[in-house]
Design a protein around this ligand. Structure first.
Ligand code: KG4
Ligand code: ZN
Length: 348
């Protein structure tokens, strides 16, 4: 370690992954540990908030210890501890925030408050720390679907958002109706590989002229109604075809709105973030659309699309550089929006 080195521990507990990572100078990931709770929730078919909080309590300490020891560093070597404080499940967030505060206080290190949505966008800086602004980000997760313009570091302007279900939520609900279990998104993607995306036509909501907002509830309902009708009539339908046709509709909606945003803003670079960005069909479509227009496209590796500590660490690194630190009053903010992140962070 050199004196100018910036070493950030990133902690993520907003939903059902307990994750920690250690990042050196914003570009060298020294360790990354994700303790997944999938098994604990799978039996219930979705995330049970109370179980998630308890699992975080059990796993936060060991996850952080493993991240530090794999990185070959101790608390004393850290420059700061960054933690997700919202949005997410309140009980889950509280475990991470309380844990990070205790660790930072005991180690005498600064605390950095990270917005989970911003961290998903910042996952792109892990592979490309010198990514140039402006950027357009399509953020697609289990709880959010946003088109975001980044004009400079830590300056996010939401251009469009979902008016009902998030893209990931639609994947999860349709996967459940198809009996694919939890977690739904990856299972639906696997099923779709064997299906015909043109087998069924499902609606793609365009909304008013010029709107960059999304809507997925009509699409979700159309799939669920079609399945119910087929079951009542005793019709044989290939579930893989339903999965592929649904996925195609989601990808179309996301692609059309994103292209419209790129054309309206004239921004030369598109980045993806959030769990749904791990979807191969979406990645390939965005790659093709941007290539055809001579635009730059970046997408984090799938492991950095779904919840992880590295994205919190890299976002924390840029906050550290800008001098934004949190104080001991930091609390979990389950309904935090992308615009809110300065309120609880103090510039020092
Ligand atoms: O970002 P994330 O890990 O957690 C939230 O912040 O919500 O996103 C989780 C969401 C879930 O809805 C999950 O089904 C979806 O991302 N997801 C996928 C894929 N992998 C995860 N959706 C489609 N295809 C995937 N391969
Ligand atoms: Zn997430």
């Amino acid at each position: 370690m050199r004196t100018n080195d910036v070493l950030i521990l990133g902690i993520e507990t907003s939903c059902d992954e307990t994750a920690a990572a250690v990042l050196l100078n914003g570009r060298r990931l020294l360790s990354q540990v994700i303790s997944s709770q999938t098994k604990a929730h799978a039996v219930f078919g979705g995330v049970v908030p109370e179980i998630a909080s308890r699992e975080h309590c059990l796993h936060l300490g060991p996850t952080v210890q493993t991240a530090l020891s794999e990185a070959g560093v101790g608390f004393a070597d850290l420059s700061a501890i960054a933690v997700t404080y919202g949005p997410g499940l309140v009980g889950s967030l509280l475990v991470g925030v309380a844990g990070a505060k205790a660790m930072a206080f005991a180690a005498g290190k600064p605390l950095i408050a990270v917005n989970h949505l911003e961290a998903h966008v910042y996952a792109n800086f892990l592979e490309q720390p010198d990514l140039e602004f402006p950027l357009l980000a399509l953020l697609v997760s289990g709880g959010h679907t946003h088109l975001v313009l980044l004009r400079r570091h830590l300056d996010c302007l939401v251009l469009g958002r979902t008016r009902d279900d998030a893209a990931g939520e639609a994947f999860d609900k349709v996967a459940r109706a198809l009996g694919l279990g939890y977690p739904g998104g990856p299972a639906l993607e696997r099923a779709a590989r064997e299906g015909d995306p043109a087998a069924f036509f499902f609606p793609r909501a365009a909304l008013e002229n010029g709107s960059l907002d999304f809507s997925f509830s009509g699409l979700k309902s159309a799939v669920l109604n079609m399945l119910n009708r087929a079951r009542q009539r005793g019709d044989e339908i290939r579930l893989a075809d339903v999965a592929a046709s649904f996925q195609q509709a989601v990808v179309d909606i996301l692609a059309w709105k994103t292209i419209a945003a790129l054309e309206t803003t004239g921004v030369p670079t598109l980045v993806l973030g959030g769990g749904v960005a791990a979807n191969q069909a979406l990645r390939e479509r965005m790659q093709a659309e941007t290539q055809a227009r001579g635009l730059r496209f970046l997408c984090p590796a799938p492991v950095y699309c779904t919840d992880n500590g590295a994205m919190v660490a890299v976002c924390g690194y840029f906050r550290y550089k800008e001098g934004y630190f949190a104080d001991w009053r930091l609390n979990a903010v389950p309904g935090l929006s992308l615009h809110d992140f300065y309120k609880e962070s103090e510039k020092m």
